[in-house]
Design a protein around this ligand. Structure first.
Ligand code: ADP
Length: 505
C-alpha cells in the first residue's frame, strides 16, 4: 500500500473511517457509479455543488446531474474516455446551471465494474476563458479590419501571420506566404539591407523599434512600391516576434516627389538666370584687371627698350603691379565659382547604402514605368562617405528616374545598383539599366545643361548631378552600350576620422 497512507496495522473499521474522512474532506466532488450509471457514492463536496443530499441521489442516475448529459457509454468507454476531462453543464437541485469538469476513472470491485468520477466547478476558469476570448476577438478584429497591413514574423524572419490588408497589398494568398521569409515582400535591394536591419535590432523592448522607415515593397509579380515600415517587438515567453506595420505611401510620396522635382528645377533655373546677370557684371569687373595687366606689361616692355640696367627698378614695379592685378582677377573668378556652388553645406559622414535605399524608394514612386526588376550588389561594411545627403539623393533619384524612363519601352527592364570600395579613398556607386543606351546626339555633351532628347525634358538633370558630385570631390561618368543600356558611375569620398566632429560643429 502507499506509504503515505499507512493502513498496515489498522483495524478494518479504522481503515474504513480513514477512507470516509478522505472522501468527506477532499475539495472536489466525487461520485461512484455502477456500469449503468446508478450513483453509489455522492460525497459532501457533490452535495454542496449540486444542492442534493447523498441520500436523495443514492441509486439515481448520474445523468440527473447534468443539463446536457452525454451518453453514458461515452463517459465510460475504456481507454478513450477514462481519464479524459469532459466539460459539461451541471444542473443543481434548484435548477441553476454551472460549468463543470468531470473526469472518470474505472476499475473492478471483485467481479463488479465500478467507476469513480471527480467533479470540479469551473465557473471561474470559464469566466477567464470568456474574457480572454472576447479580448482575442476584439484584437483580431483590429488586426483583420485595420487599414494598415500587418505582418508578424519570427526571429528567423519566417512569416507567422498577416492580416487582410497585407494580403490585399502584396497580392499573395495567405497560404503562399505563411512560413516564408519576410524578405519575399521586399525587392532584392532591400532584402540585403533588411538583413542588416534584423541583425541590429535592439532586444527586449516592446516599443516600436526605431522610427518609421521608407523602404520599397514588392508585390507578387515583382511590382515595387514605396512603403512606410514600422517594426514592433513582441515577447511571448522565450519567443521573440516582430510586428511590421506597413503603409503604402505611393500616392503621398508621389505628391512629395513632384514637389521636390519642381523645387530642384526652379532652384536651378533661378540660379542660371542669376548667373546670366552675374556674368555680365563680372565680365565688366574682370575687364578692369585684365586691361590693367595688359597696360602694365606693355609699359614694362617699353621701359625695357631704354636698356635693361637702367629700367630694372621700373620694370620690377610694373611686373609686381601686373601680378597684383592677375591675383585680383583670380579672386573675382573664385567669387563667381563660390556663387555658382552657393549652398548650405550640410556634409556629414553617411552610410551610402542607406541613402541609396531611401532614394530608390523615392525614385520608384508614382511612375507607370516603375515596374523594373531591381537587383543590388551593395558592398558590406563600407566606410561612411562625407556627403550632403539630400544632394546625393538627388543624384540617385535623377539617375534612376532617367533609367526607368529610358527602359519604359524596353522588353527587358532591369536595374542594377551596386556600391563598392574604390582605391580605399572612394565609394563607387554604379547604376546600370537595360534600356536602349544613349542617343548619338547626346553622347558627346551628356552632362551639358539643356541637352535632352525628351519632348518635356529640361536637360539639366545630369548637369546638376555632375556639379553635385564634382563639388563633393568625386567623379560622375557614363558608359553606354548601344542597344543594351547605360551605366552611370559616381564616386564619393570616404569620411576621414574627425569629419564627424567637424560636421557636428
Ligand atoms: P532630361 O531627363 O530632362 O532629358 P537629363 O540631363 O537628366 O535631362 O538627361 C539628358 C539626356 O540624357 C536625356 O534626355 C536622355 O536622352 C539621356 N539619358 C540620360 N540617362 C539615360 C539613360 N539611362 N539611358 C538612355 N539615355 C539617357
Amino acid at each position: 500500500m502507499d506509504p503515505l497512507w499507512q493502513t498496515a496495522g489498522l483495524s478494518a473499521d479504522e481503515a474504513c473511517a480513514r477512507l470516509d474522512l478522505l472522501v468527506a474532506i477532499v475539495p472536489s466532488g466525487i461520485v461512484v457509479i455502477d456500469a449503468a450509471g446508478g450513483i453509489e457514492l455522492f460525497n459532501p463536496m457533490c452535495e454542496r455543488l449540486f444542492g442534493y443530499t447523498a441520500a436523495e441521489m443514492a441509486g439515481r442516475n448520474l445523468a440527473a446531474l447534468f443539463a446536457d448529459p452525454p451518453p453514458l457509454a461515452e463517459l465510460l468507454r475504456p481507454h478513450s474516455a477514462l481519464g479524459l476531462p469532459h466539460d459539461l453543464t451541471g444542473r443543481r437541485k434548484d435548477g441553476r446551471v454551472f460549468p463543470l469538469r468531470l473526469t472518470m476513472g474505472g476499475g473492478a470491485l471483485g467481479a463488479k465494474p465500478i467507476y469513480v468520477g471527480t467533479i470540479l466547478d469551473i465557473t471561474a476558469q470559464k469566466e477567464v476563458e470568456n474574457t480572454l476570448r472576447e479580448r482575442e476577438e476584439k484584437l483580431t478584429s483590429v488586426f483583420e479590419t485595420g487599414p494598415d497591413a500587418i505582418i508578424i514574423f519570427n526571429e528567423q524572419g519566417a512569416i507567422e501571420s498577416l492580416n487582410a490588408a497585407a494580403v490585399w497589398l502584396f497580392g499573395y494568398l495567405e497560404s503562399e506566404v505563411l512560413g516564408q521569409d519576410v524578405k519575399m515582400l521586399m525587392p532584392a535591394l532591400h532584402r540585403e539591407l533588411h538583413d542588416g536591419f534584423l541583425a541590429h535590432r535592439p532586444t527586449g523592448e516592446k516599443r516600436i523599434i526605431g522610427i518609421a522607415r521608407v523602404v520599397m515593397g514588392q508585390r507578387r509579380g515583382g511590382d515595387t512600391f514605396p512603403m512606410e515600415l514600422n517594426v514592433g517587438e513582441i515577447r511571448i515567453g522565450e519567443r521573440r516576434l516582430f510586428t511590421g506595420f506597413i503603409r503604402d505611401i505611393s500616392e503621398r510620396l508621389g505628391a512629395e516627389r513632384r514637389l521636390q522635382d519642381l523645387q530642384a528645377e526652379l532652384l536651378h533655373v533661378s540660379r542660371l538666370t542669376d548667373m546670366g546677370q552675374m556674368s555680365s557684371a563680372l565680365a565688366h569687373e574682370l575687364n578692369q584687371p585684365l586691361t590693367a595687366i595688359a597696360n602694365y606689361t606693355k609699359a614694362a616692355r617699353r621701359t625695357l627698350d631704354q636698356g635693361v640696367e637702367a629700367s630694372r627698378d621700373k620694370v620690377q614695379e610694373l611686373l609686381d603691379k601686373a601680378a597684383g592685378q592677375a591675383l585680383r582677377a583670380g579672386q573675382i573668378i573664385r567669387r563667381l565659382r563660390d556663387f555658382i556652388e552657393k549652398r548650405e553645406d550640410n556634409r556629414a559622414p553617411e552610410d551610402v547604402n542607406k541613402i541609396i535605399e531611401e532614394a530608390m524608394a523615392l525614385a520608384f514612386v508614382g511612375a507607370a514605368e516603375a515596374s523594373a526588376t531591381v537587383t543590388a550588389k551593395l558592398g558590406a561594411n563600407l566606410p561612411k562617405v562625407l556627403i550632403d545627403k539630400i544632394q546625393v539623393q538627388q543624384v540617385v533619384l535623377n539617375l534612376v528616374r532617367n533609367a526607368l524612363e529610358a527602359m519604359a519601352s524596353s522588353p527587358r527592364r532591369e536595374l542594377c545598383v551596386s556600391t563598392a570600395l574604390e582605391n580605399e579613398r572612394f565609394v563607387e556607386v554604379v547604376i546600370a539599366d537595360s534600356g536602349p543606351g544613349l542617343a548619338e546626339e547626346v553622347v558627346a555633351k551628356l552632362f551639358q545643361p539643356f541637352v535632352t532628347t525628351k519632348h518635356d525634358g529640361m536637360g539639366i538633370g545630369l548637369s546638376i548631378c555632375r556639379s553635385i558630385v564634382d563639388a563633393h570631390g568625386g567623379k560622375l561618368w557614363a558608359t553606354s552600350r548601344p542597344g543594351e543600356g547605360v551605366t552611370f558611375h559616381f564616386q564619393l569620398p570616404i569620411a576621414q576620422s574627425g569629419d564627424e566632429e567637424k560636421a557636428r560643429r
